[in-house]
Design a protein around this ligand. Structure first.
Ligand SMILES: Cc1cc2nc3c(=O)[nH]c(=O)nc-3n(C[C@H](O)[C@H](O)[C@H](O)COP(=O)(O)OP(=O)(O)OC[C@H]3O[C@@H](n4cnc5c(N)ncnc54)[C@H](O)[C@@H]3O)c2cc1C
Length: 377
């Protein structure tokens, strides 16, 4: 391979979700002068806080993943500063929209116990993706981002990481777990875990420990059905959360409504997973089955809002989004393994141990913690 053809950068960040974007902002705020390359598989920034748009319908915006950023406590230190700067820019606002609970008989009730409902809620303005966009723009001229680029092949050479034989980076940060977790083999049909294949066992004991921990991480799956409904003047909740027994009955976590600029309504039904194996071959069938299942539940789920239920026959499906790792569960990567200096590889994301684990808060906090470690290298 001709290394001179590869484009060199100081730091490559895989993923332009909240953590990747906050890492860029945190590094620049701390005075990092190196060049940064952000590579993202999706069509734009945001990751699980991305916003779905439609080419043929330029007004349409639908937050099809997280509809809100949950902060479990009062943010302090660098996180408070980061949030404050986003608020000053007008891209982050308190989320005070109504949230209600729903019981198994389809009646409105108290909110269930859930970490996503504890503490303060914030949302991106005008959309959730705006937050990651704003954080990335703090990267300035020395930062480039490429979308629609799923990295699969990593190689470690002395002093450099080679990414898909196209880019060469002195240091590497993974924000998702795909390149390090065996689940990528089943879900994407890959033949090896890219990070494990790049650094032989024993070459970097800290990385070995990190990879062993990551291999044990688990995550929940969500099947989010997206619908477009005609406009309605009715006063409606933003989120409808099912209680534990209602979730069991309907296989749905919550429903999220998003009013569009022209009055139309976006509805996202957050469907729970039934544990069937997801592979590139099984996915289309699973998506079709989930769409049928989730649509069939809607008349009962929306019964307390007759004005919405009446709109259902006109609901237009915009498909089902499969979140393969919606929220991490179980084991977490300790902060002591976030940065492996010998291999110059680091990790951030909501799957790192610490406050806000599994939430937007954890993604942002882990990025700020890692940026501290990188700045002190
Ligand atoms: C349906 C849903 C509802 C949620 N609700 C809430 C909520 O109410 N409150 C809350 O606080 N949090 C919520 N969350 C969690 C929140 O969205 C996440 O904690 C947060 O967005 C995680 O950010 P991240 O940067 O760690 O990961 P991600 O957003 O997943 O970013 C990782 C990025 O890396 C990219 N990537 C991965 N591998 C590769 C590769 N090989 N090449 C290129 N790119 C790659 C991915 O495409 C992705 O964009 C929800 C999540 C989901 C899915």
């Amino acid at each position: 391979m001709d290394l001179s053809k590869q484009r060199p950068v100081d730091l490559a960040v895989i993923g332009a979700g909240l953590s990747g974007a906050a890492l860029v902002a945190g590094l620049r705020a701390g005075g990092y002068q190196g060049t940064i390359l952000v590579l993202e598989a999706g069509r734009g920034p945001g990751g699980r806080t991305a916003t779905r748009r439609r080419r043929e319908d330029p007004c349409w915006r639908l937050d099809h993943g997280a509809p809100t950023l949950t902060m479990t406590g009062e943010p302090t230190g660098p996180l408070a500063k980061l949030l404050e700067s986003l608020q000053i820019q007008g891209v982050l606002v308190p989320d005070r929209e109504p949230v209600v609970g729903l019981d198994p008989d389809g009646g409105v009730t108290a909110l269930p116990d859930d970490p996503q409902l504890v503490g303060h809620r914030w949302r991106g303005q005008p959309t959730m993706a705006t937050v990651a966009e704003a954080l990335l723009s703090a990267g300035g001229a020395g930062t480039q981002a490429h979308y629609g680029t799923r990295i699969q092949r990593l190689r470690r050479r002395p002093e450099a990481w080679l990414l898909d034989d196209t880019w060469q980076a002195r240091s590497l940060v993974l924000t998702g777990t795909l390149l390090a977790h065996p689940r990528s083999l089943a879900m994407l049909g890959w033949t090896e875990v890219p990070l494990r294949a790049a650094v032989p066992v024993g070459a970097d004991p800290q990385l070995d420990q990190a990879l062993a921990t990551i291999a044990d991480l688990d995550a929940s799956v969500r099947w989010n059905l997206m619908l477009e409904l005609p406009g309605s003047d009715a006063s409606l909740p933003r989120q409808i959360w099912l209680t534990a027994s209602a979730r069991e009955r309907f296989g749905v976590e919550r429903l999220v409504l998003q009013r569009q600029g022209d009055g139309r309504l976006g509805l996202v039904v957050h469907g729970l997973d039934d544990g069937q194996a997801i592979t590139p071959e099984s996915q289309p069938t699973l998506i079709a089955a989930q769409e049928t299942r989730l649509r069939a539940q809607l008349p009962e789920l929306l019964a307390p809002w007759p004005e919405l239920e009446r709109l259902l026959p006109q609901a237009r499906s915009l498909g089902v989004m499969r979140w393969g790792a919606a929220r991490p569960t179980g084991r977490r990567l300790p902060q002591s393994l976030q940065w492996c200096p010998q291999s110059q590889v680091g990790f951030c994301g909501d799957w790192i141990a610490g406050s806000g684990y599994g939430l937007a808060e954890g993604a942002l906090q882990s990025a700020l913690d890692l940026s501290d470690q990188l700045l002190s290298c």
